[in-house]
Design a protein around this ligand. Structure first.
Ligand SMILES: [Zn+2]
Ligand SMILES: [Zn+2]
Length: 362
């Protein structure tokens, strides 16, 4: 599958060197020449990447919190053109424009046949090194996509790479979060976190007809952006977000909350700001392995919790249709368009929250 990029790799046996952005250690990403990715299994596809994204979850690697990533290519949001397929790939052929899910799934195991691709027994994520599947990264000129038939989707004719790329990760996650929040027409909703996933959650929540959406963050520029999408900004640096939301909802709280950060304070806000009988949908990548569960409070208020990472493969096709129809404009959150060669700078400014969303062109 993916290949490790050695610190000093040999000059020979590779037929061609191409660019990739491997992780080199804490706060250190460096674009370097690596052996070109290749089809090595019958279910693989080789993609020539045309656009890659830098994702908030890449920062868990960048900050050195995930073991087993050093020397591995990064990036799990990408679109590209199929250059070659293995003999068992049925749905794709050379020249097809495709978007990839951020993780691979087999399509035929116990979980996949039940539609739970994110529980696939063969799952693995791109750009997470040995930690999660030992696959290559999409912040590169080429990437090998294993289990291509269940990992890729065709991009509709005429749709730009920028419109398509996010259905493989953040847009699907925003939709998954909003759908699982069980938003009914007229509901009030709070989205915790106005990063890329939070902004996608606001965009997708609107498809379900809520009366009002509050967005909680501490960065003004992100809150302003969310306000432009129709959300009510709540700056947690200036007000207590739970009190603010309760006051604005007649003392009750919102019907649904969507947690998009993964920090315990954000989870706590998501739980506290919903009214009795409410639903809390949590998709933020956890910063901690364990936190206190408010058992009595949850029992007394009859809360519903929906927790977990996105089941992307189930959403890519319908989301591409929604984007094609103009119902969603995920590309609107792109703040920086950079070259793959500038990956180190891209990570630096994204880590410093100077950029909302960065895409890289090889
Ligand atoms: Zn991601
Ligand atoms: Zn499977």
């Amino acid at each position: 599958m993916g290949r490790r990029v050695p610190a000093e790799f040999p000059a020979e046996p590779y037929n061609r060197d191409v660019k990739s952005a491997p992780f080199r250690g804490e706060k250190h990403v460096e674009v370097t020449d690596v052996p070109k990715a290749a089809v090595t299994k019958p279910t693989d596809a080789l993609l020539k990447v045309t656009l890659g994204g830098v994702c908030g979850s890449d920062l868990h690697i960048y900050d050195g919190r995930i073991p087993g990533c050093e020397g591995w290519g990064m990036g799990h949001e990408f679109v590209g053109v199929v250059e070659e397929v293995g003999p068992e790939v049925r749905r794709f052929k050379k020249g097809d424009r495709v978007v990839s899910s951020f993780f691979v799934a087999c399509g035929h195991c116990h979980y996949c046949v039940r539609g739970w691709f994110n529980q696939c027994v063969e799952r693995g994520a791109f750009g997470y090194g040995e930690y999660f599947g030992a696959l290559g990264g999409g912040q590169a000129e080429y990437v090998t996509v294993p289990l291509a038939d269940t990992t890729l989707e065709h991009i509709p004719d005429g749709m730009s790479d920028e419109k398509a790329i996010f259905v493989g990760d953040i847009l699907a996650t925003g939709f998954f979060a909003a759908e699982r929040a069980e938003i009914k027409p007229g509901d009030t909703v709070a989205v915790i976190g106005a990063g890329p996933v939070g902004l996608m959650a606001v965009m997708c929540a609107q498809l379900f007809g809520p009366a009002r959406i509050f967005i909680v963050d501490m960065v003004d520029s992100r809150l302003e952006f969310a306000q432009g999408m129709g959300a009510i900004p709540v700056n947690a640096k200036e007000v207590n977000p739970v009190e603010f939301i309760r006051q604005a909802t007649g003392g009750f709280g919102v019907d649904r909350s969507i947690e998009c950060v993964g920090a315990l304070t954000a989870v706590d806000t998501a739980i506290q700001c919903v009214k009795g009988g409410g639903t809390i949908s949590m998709v933020g990548v956890p910063n901690h392995t364990i936190g206190d569960f408010p058992y009595v409070d949850a029992w007394q208020r009859a809360l519903t919790f929906r927790v977990g990472w996105c089941n992307v493969q189930a959403y890519m096709r319908p989301l591409l249709d929604l984007v094609a129809a103009g119902r969603l404009q995920p590309e609107s959150i792109i703040s920086h368009r950079m070259k793959l060669d500038q990956a180190a700078e891209a990570y630096r400014i994204f880590d410093a929250r100077e950029a909302t969303k960065i895409v890289l062109t090889p």
